[in-house]
Design a protein around this ligand. Structure first.
Ligand code: GAL
Length: 779
């Protein structure tokens, strides 16, 4: 699983001017680092830029992991800031254990680990984990772990591509750092290295079973045969168990296969009820490992996608993993929040992890929430040379090995995003997924907009090696999508995005442009629902992301239906309104109710759209009589909940208040009110969580919004919001926060301090909007 970066002299020189002298004194070991595990490793981590001299001597300042070595903004990232070598270090006393492992979640772009001055290993490539055994070089006390991180642009690492070592050569920035959790793990001499628990024939009660493949590793083969057992658990209740005795004759790796059967009573995992079970493997003598699974049957067919035998229209968005201020370095809670937003707030049943494996915390949340996942290996529009391809094959292997127990993952992207056909490479990557998993289809998104010939070739090649034909369809959805193909299951993996219509949707943009976003996403999903041969559609994209590629402005792609802070924009109105009304009635205008600069003086227009899942929607202006609105079945014949149309153009008198009442089965289910009177506007501050872990890494988002008297979003605000905090908290983000420049909404994150529990208060103040206070607690 591990690969050693080559810290060539040339690279080191490029990295930050390590001279020949420095290199000589650096000795055999260049760097090293650490991290926290089930238990975070070490009392304290330090990080600093390499500045010459022996690399391992770089000191640095105290930090917490996950970590990005530079402070970033909410736009205009400057890659030069992280494009260098960074040294992470920590000291720790060895816990009493026969074997000690270091699990490193992911490091951009490559890393090498040193323990007590000796090099242990490393990895080139920034999206997948690696594990190193520390035992050999470990002393009882005061061990020094150093991780040397090369944050420079490395062309020969997927997903990177040429273009003069320019980090904006692909569509997303990739800031350096130990940005995912790192864990220290104690194990006995004989331990369970890996468990793959594969539910089979899940729809057939008689044959339903879990095939468990266990990897054992030992330094000392026991004299007697060992008993290896597997149990299927529902909470703590054992539903099925099986065991075997096996003789381990040599040190090293051993594989044991067991089958759990007699599973008639189990409940299926579904998007609505994502039932999870655990499989625990134990080795007599103490070692054990538990994985989480779900029983579901997921099939892509020519006539659509089927989950547990029922056709399900796939409805979702693409997600990039980047955040303001910290790059990719957000703790598990914040990663999970994205899944909650996608599933809970936006009603998606699927997400595409574009364009690399994302955090395990995010995938865990997808399992728990019933959010189906397309996971793909790092790639974007480019295939490199032999070395690059070898790394890509390795990525596919490591992705499948890391994530094959997740029931939410229904397809592997073993063909890299928007790359041409390479039968040799893709036959191998498909085979890797089949060999290591064998329960999921493979695919890879292609896009050929104008060149039909090329597209036809891609289609033809797809016939050879794709289970699902996945198309990034950047047609204007108002005039329809490309037709699905009849001979292969067909999924639209991207649509709308930055290339159709305005392409950028900032709250500071003209209101009519912002309104187009919901309309385009609605049109795209309507088209995808027009023919059962579309398995579904994943819009581009969930959240704004940093980029300096085509169509970017101020170093950002503003194509998200939520902004970079994950605050919904008008495009989110459409998604929210497709949710099951039994969960929540929705009435979301596809416009802002406000007049005059920067909004249209005459109101939202004659054909304003209101997105709702109610059967009846009425509108009242200024306490006048409610008028029933019509659903726009003409333009959106295939949507379950087409938007309602309202004439909201005002040439004379402009009403102040808009009221919407939504009815379900004849009963009032939701009332929304909006005010054009700015005099009662106020500041709203809401934190996602009320309780955090006092570990110095845990964090929660604090959303700041300018709202009208009813709590509806305003898009204009001036100046800044000043934040004052008390208690054990660090504000990650701009303070003062420039709410004027972000169009009346934004966020910072509140991070705890290690070992300092207690109440936290943050007061937000704005010179015109007043103040708001949030309270939470670190435990
Ligand atoms: C697609 C690509 C996405 C994104 C988009 C532009 O072709 O797959 O990653 O770059 O274009 O917004």
């Amino acid at each position: 699983m591990t690969e050693s970066p080559k810290w060539s002299r040339r690279r080191l020189l490029a990295a930050g001017g390590i001279g020949l002298l420095g290199l000589a004194t650096a000795g055999p070991a260049l760097l090293q680092s650490f991290s926290g595990a089930a238990e975070p490793l070490g009392p304290q981590w330090f990080c600093g830029p390499y500045q010459g001299g022996p690399v391992l001597d770089t000191q640095g300042t105290p930090i917490t992991l996950p970590h990005c070595p530079v402070t970033l903004s909410w736009r205009d990232w400057r890659p030069a800031a992280w494009e260098r070598t960074w040294v992470y270090r920590c000291r720790f006393d060895a816990p009493p254990a026969e074997r000690l492992f270091l699990d490193i979640g992911a490091v951009l772009t490559s890393s090498a680990v040193f323990l007590n001055g000796q090099r242990l290993g490393g990895r080139i490539g920034g999206y997948l984990p690696y594990t190193l055994e520390l035992s050999r070089l470990l002393g009882p006390q005061d061990n020094e772990l150093v991780v040397v991180v090369d944050g420079q642009w490395q062309q020969n690492v997927p997903p990177n591509r040429p273009h003069a070592r320019n980090p904006s050569a692909i569509d997303f920035y990739q800031p350096a750092g130990m940005y995912r959790p790192t864990r220290l793990r104690a194990e006995p001499a004989l331990y369970v290295r890996d468990v793959f628990a594969r539910p089979m024939d899940v729809l057939d009660e008689g044959r339903r079973r879990v095939e468990v493949t266990t990897g054992l590793n030992t330094t000392r083969p026991p004299a007697e045969p060992v008993t290896v057992s597997a149990e299927l658990l529902d909470g703590e209740r054992v539903l099925a168990a099986v065991s075997t005795r096996t003789r381990l004759t040599a040190p090293g790796e051993h594989q044991v296969r067991l089958t759990l059967s007699g599973l008639a009573g189990i409940r299926l995992w579904d998007v609505e009820e994502p039932q999870l079970y655990r499989v625990r493997v134990r080795v007599h003598g103490g070692a054990e490992r538990t994985v989480r699974i779900g029983f579901r049957d997921a099939r892509f067919r020519e006539d659509g996608f089927y989950l547990n035998g029922r056709r399900l229209q796939l409805f979702g968005l693409n997600r990039h993993q980047w955040y303001p201020y910290t790059g990719g370095a957000m703790p598990d809670r914040v990663q999970r929040k994205d899944a909650e937003i996608l599933r809970g707030e936006l009603g998606c049943n699927m997400v595409r992890c574009s364009h690399y494996p994302q955090s395990e915390a995010f995938l865990d949340a997808c399992d728990e929430l019933g959010l189906l996942v397309w996971e793909e290996a790092p790639g974007w529009d480019y295939l490199g040379d032999v070395v690059w391809r070898a790394r890509s094959r390795r990525d596919v292997r490591d992705m499948v090995l890391r994530d094959r127990n997740h029931p939410s993952i229904i397809i592997w992207g073993t063909r890299l995003n928007e790359t041409g056909e390479d039968a040799k490479l893709y036959t191998v990557t498909d085979e890797i997924a089949q060999r290591l998993d064998g329960t999921r289809p493979t695919s890879g998104a292609v896009r050929y907009m104008r060149r039909e010939a090329k597209r036809a070739r891609a289609y033809a090649s797809a016939r050879r090696s794709q289970d699902v034909f996945a198309y990034n369809d950047y047609s204007d959805p108002r005039t329809g999508l490309q037709p699905p193909r009849a001979d292969l299951p067909y999924l639209v993996t991207e649509a709308v995005g930055a290339m159709i219509g305005p392409g950028h949707y900032r709250r500071t943009d003209a209101a009519h442009l912002q309104s187009t976003q919901a309309l385009l996403h609605a049109a795209a999903h309507d088209a995808a629902a027009s023919d059962p041969e579309y398995c579904g559609l994943l819009g581009w994209c969930a959240f704004d992301y940093p980029s300096s590629w085509k169509h970017s402005i101020d170093g950002m792609k503003w194509a998200g239906v939520c902004d970079f802070f994950r605050i919904p924009k008008l495009g989110a109105a459409f998604y929210r309104a497709q949710r099951d009304p039994a969960r929540e009635a929705i009435a979301e205008p596809g416009f802002y109710w406000d007049f005059g600069k920067p909004l249209p003086e005459h109101g939202p227009g004659r054909n304003a759209l209101i997105y709702s899942n109610c059967d009846t929607l009425t509108m009242a202006l200024d306490h006048g009589p409610p008028r029933e609105l019509r659903q726009d079945h003409e333009r959106f014949p295939h949507l379950r909940f087409p938007p309602f149309r309202a004439d909201l153009e005002f040439r004379g008198h402009r009403p102040v208040e808009l009221r919407l009442d939504g009815y379900l089965g004849g009963r009032l289910a939701i009332t929304r009110r909006f005010s054009a009177d700015r005099s009662a506007d106020r500041l709203e501050a809401v934190c996602d969580d009320s309780e955090l872990r006092a570990d110095g890494a845990d964090a929660s988002r604090l959303v700041l919004r300018a709202v009208d008297r009813f709590g509806a979003q305003r898009t204009h605000a001036s100046g800044d919001v000043l934040l004052e905090s008390t208690g054990p908290v660090r504000i990650v983000g701009d303070n003062p926060f420039p709410i004027g420049r972000t169009g009346g909404a934004g966020a910072v994150w509140l991070r705890t301090m290690a070992g300092e529990p207690g109440p936290i208060t943050v007061r937000a103040r704005h010179h015109l909007l007043g103040s708001a206070t949030v309270r939470l607690r670190a435990r």
